[in-house]
Design a protein around this ligand. Structure first.
Ligand code: FAD
Length: 442
């Protein structure tokens, strides 16, 4: 069989590797518009901040490495510009020339594009988005050559916060501008406040509930906000969220869902049975609310790539939706979430109760324990856990993973009371914070 893959990073590269493992004879061609495949998008902010020192460490897999290891025909600087469904072909633009390639199966993993709101002046020099190696190279050379002193980051989501922290780390004065009343949409407001305090305690100036109206100015960039306030900076990172890249799919007449992502069934097949789609470009079912959602995270993209490969090779694997499990480092604090928050539950009309616990991350008598705040959302009927949010300094990662596992398997707050979790004083308490959350909620 002949499989074409569009997009060579998270979802696309996973699909290619898995396909080869399952089928030694398949012809696999992977098209990537950019110059690199399989780079570490998630590491980009840390390279800009100087935490990751070597650029090459971001290049997880090279074209040659992947070609040799998996015998995949990798074509970089090759953009798939059209899908000809009738003849099962794609049109590819490479070095100014267009050619066609036929397929038995087509896998779309084109990702999502940073949103650039129609703000006057947004196209000017000094305003950047961050998605790929080309973006990171542009920003890195600005930092090294022009040595900007002041930066604004617009958008207080994951990428915005990571960029604010890393630019601060690189020695810049940073203002973070967020139009909503809080940073970090996956958290409810009272949990986000802990994150906001950490940002401010570490010298980030935070502007909330104020949207950028205009960029102007000659040499320096003047940002005019809705409130009339102004900020003068030398560079701007726009991190106002991402939008699924659906142009190719749309033009081919594939179904697009109400949230603007490619619509797929539980086998990750699009409305054309020979075409699969994965990653940031698709809509998935929110596992709790049942609503369609766009969940642009690396874990789901990688797993979906694998599922599609299994299905192309005769499997019937299903992707039943995402919990949106996510985590972020904010200076000394870690914030994490899984499942639904109050905003989503309210919108979906799902009744819920909530509980808060503030437990030590490990035994108080052993040095270095910090408070871990856990918010649980659960069903008033049977105690089923609907969502969890945690903010703390250490041990947040393992607690959110326990809770994400609990949510995935439909466990209740009563089950949390019974979980037998690992304990020695440096790691936890005889009653782990997750047990404590269960005791309080039950
Ligand atoms: P991508 O990995 O974006 O790959 C899509 C590729 O397709 C692109 O390289 C694009 O050039 C190519 N392409 C698109 N259209 C075409 C075409 N027509 N022809 C040829 N090629 C095409 N997620 C986490 O879970 N944790 C994190 O900490 C995290 N941090 C992040 C930090 C940053 C700065 C960014 C940008 C993202 C981060 N993410 C994180 C999100 C994660 O990177 C994405 O969810 C994941 O990469 C999505 O995989 P994908 O395959 O759908 O798209």
């Amino acid at each position: 069989k002949k499989v074409l893959i569009v997009g060579g990073v998270a979802g696309g590269a996973s699909a290619a590797a898995r396909l080869r493992r399952l089928d030694e004879d398949a012809e696999i061609i992977l098209f990537e518009r950019g110059e690199y495949i399989s780079f570490a998008n998630c590491g980009l902010p840390y390279y800009l901040g100087g935490v990751i020192k070597e650029r090459e460490n971001l290049l997880v897999q090279t074209v040659q490495g992947m070609q040799e290891r998996f015998n995949v025909d990798i074509r970089i600087k090759s953009e798939v510009t059209k899908i000809l469904r009738e003849t099962k072909e794609v049109e590819v633009l490479s070095q100014g020339k267009t050619y066609r390639e036929s397929y038995d199966y087509l896998v779309l993993s084109p990702g999502a594009d940073p949103i650039l709101p129609p703000i006057p002046g947004i196209q000017r020099e000094g305003i950047y988005t961050l998605r790929n190696m080309a973006d990171v190279d542009r920003i890195k050379s600005l930092l090294e050559e022009k040595k900007p002193k002041r930066a604004a980051v617009v958008g207080g989501g994951y990428v915005g916060i990571e960029m604010a922290e890393n630019l601060k780390h690189a020695g810049l004065d940073v203002v973070l501008i967020e139009a909503a009343e809080q940073v970090m949409g996956p958290l409810d407001v009272e949990m986000a406040r802990i994150v906001e305090k950490e940002l401010m305690d570490n010298g980030i100036r935070l502007v909330l509930q104020d949207a950028v109206q205009r960029f102007q100015g000659e040499r320096e960039i003047e940002i005019i906000l809705g409130s009339g306030k102004q900020e003068q900076v030398d560079m701007v990172i726009m991190a106002a969220g991402v939008r699924p890249e659906t142009k190719l799919a749309k033009e081919a007449g594939l179904e697009i869902g109400e949230r603007g992502g490619i619509r797929v069934d539980e086998h990750l097949r699009t409305s054309d049975p020979a075409i699969y789609a994965v990653g940031d470009a698709i809509e998935v079912k929110d596992r709790i609310s049942g609503e369609y959602a766009i969940i642009p995270l690396a874990g789901p993209a990688n797993k979906q790539g694998r599922i599609v490969a299994n299905n192309i090779c005769g499997g019937t694997d299903q992707y039943l939706g995402s919990l949106g499990t996510s985590i972020i480092k904010v200076f000394h604090v870690t914030a994490a979430a899984a499942g639904n928050n109050e905003k989503i539950l309210r919108r979906a009309g799902i009744p819920y109760l909530k509980s808060f616990t503030h437990s030590g991350s490990h035994a108080g008598y052993y040095p270095g324990a910090f408070i871990l705040t856990i918010k649980l959302l659960f069903s008033p009927e049977d105690g089923k856990i609907l969502g969890a949010q945690i903010v703390g300094r250490e041990g947040v990662d393992k607690r959110i993973d326990v809770l994400a596992t609990a949510i995935k398997h439909g466990l209740t707050v009563y089950d949390l009371e019974e979980l037998e979790l690992a304990y020695a004083p440096p790691y936890s308490s005889a009653k782990d914070p997750v047990n404590m959350a269960g005791f309080t909620a039950a």
